[in-house]
Design a protein around this ligand. Structure first.
Ligand code: ADP
Length: 344
């Protein structure tokens, strides 16, 4: 009988919990992002020697590349506690109080999607970041008075998919800015192999390479596609992931040979079929596709830009010849494009 991969206590897990279980615990377990890991290693060793808290760190990059992973690895390396929250959960300064008052010396406070934190909360934490102090206003109107409260020295780690949306004063208060890039196919093949072993999933090396090539350069997508391919292998085969199984499972999810999914192809089709290849503004593309423009700019476009299926121009996004070729479309030369009003 095929083995059902299990983790931890032996219960088969859902993809979200699998994702958390697969998260590296120490810097040495992190695969790829070599320079970032080296710089963080130096900062950690210095903080330990100096007996100082780590300076505040900002991670930016598209979703699923390891921002939360680094934020959870650092407290393990330092032997300190971690509290986690996110920008949208902090609607007013008082929402920060439980986190700030629970701090321990040197501990880490992680704020995901920090660009979505309201400006009032941002301004409230400036003195906390700079001087480990907060100013609390008690009462209202003429009776209002401000009291200052000292905090334990801590490290704020922020993560954002949109560093451009962070205000300059907020950005400047971080001592380190680390940008995470998409992973190479080799790095992802290592991640897939290591994670398959952790989950007790038998996978052949050419199947791991296939998965790595078809996961949009993103470890989180590699994990979820590994989970799907594992299910396919258990249901349709003997549980082992070989090249044939991996290809069939990914094809069934409409993931193409270069790893693009349905949404990526719809974006390119819209740009090419509706906007003649562009230039087109992201808002117009999003409205035509009937999805939020944030989803396009945060999740869809970064990989398409990186792989040069799309370029950004001052007048909007344009599909490249590579995108036309991928979709089997013929690119019109600019002179062949019908200009509005020409035949009216
Ligand atoms: P983000 O916070 O940037 O959205 P995460 O840190 O949550 O991304 O990463 C998603 C998953 O991808 C993690 O649970 C982990 O399994 C995997 N992962 C991310 N980065 C790495 C890495 N450098 N090495 C190994 N696995 C990684």
């Amino acid at each position: 009988m095929a083995r059902t991969p299990v983790i931890g206590n032996g219960t088969p897990e859902d993809p979200k919990r699998v994702d958390a279980a697969l998260r590296p615990k120490l810097l040495t377990e992190v695969i790829g992002q070599t320079e970032v890991a080296q710089r963080l290693g130096i900062a950690v060793r210095a903080a330990k020697k100096l007996k100082e808290p780590l300076g505040h760190i900002l991670f930016d990059g598209p979703p699923g590349l390891g921002k939360t992973t680094f934020a959870t690895v650092l407290p393990n390396e330092l032997g300190v506690s971690l509290q986690m929250t996110s920008g949208p959960a902090l609607s007013k300064p008082a929402d920060m109080l439980p986190f700030l008052t629970n701090l321990e010396e040197g501990s880490i406070l992680f704020i995901d999607e920090i660009h979505r934190m309201p400006r009032v909360v941002e301004e409230f934490i400036y003195p906390a970041m700079e001087d480990f102090r907060i100013d609390i206003v008690l009462g209202e109107g003429l009776n209002a008075r401000t009291i200052s409260m000292n905090l334990k020295r801590f490290t704020l780690i922020g993560a954002t998919t949109r560093s451009g949306m962070l205000s300059a004063p907020m950005r400047d208060r971080f001592k380190m800015h680390e940008h995470l890039e998409f992973y190479t196919a080799e790095e992802l093949a290592r991640i897939v192999t290591v994670n398959a072993a952790k989950l007790n999933i038998p996978i052949e090396s050419d199947a791991a390479v296939e998965l790595a090539r078809r996961c949009r350069g993103t470890p989180r997508i590699a994990n979820s596609r590994l989970y799907w391919v594992r299910n396919y292998a258990v249901s349709e085969g003997d549980g082992t992931i070989n090249l044939e199984i991996a290809r069939a499972a990914l094809d069934m999810q409409n993931i193409d040979r270069v790893g693009l999914d349905k949404q990526d192809r719809r974006y390119l089709e819209t740009l090419i079929d509706v906007f003649g290849g562009g230039p087109a503004g992201v808002e117009a593309i999003a409205a035509t596709m009937n999805i939020p423009s944030d989803t396009l700019s945060d999740e869809v476009e970064p990989f398409l830009l990186r792989e040069q299926y799309v370029i950004r121009t001052p007048r909007g996004r344009m599909a490249t010849p590579k995108a036309f070729e991928l979709l089997g479309k013929i690119a019109m030369r600019p002179t062949e494009q019908v200009q509005p009003g020409l035949f009216e």
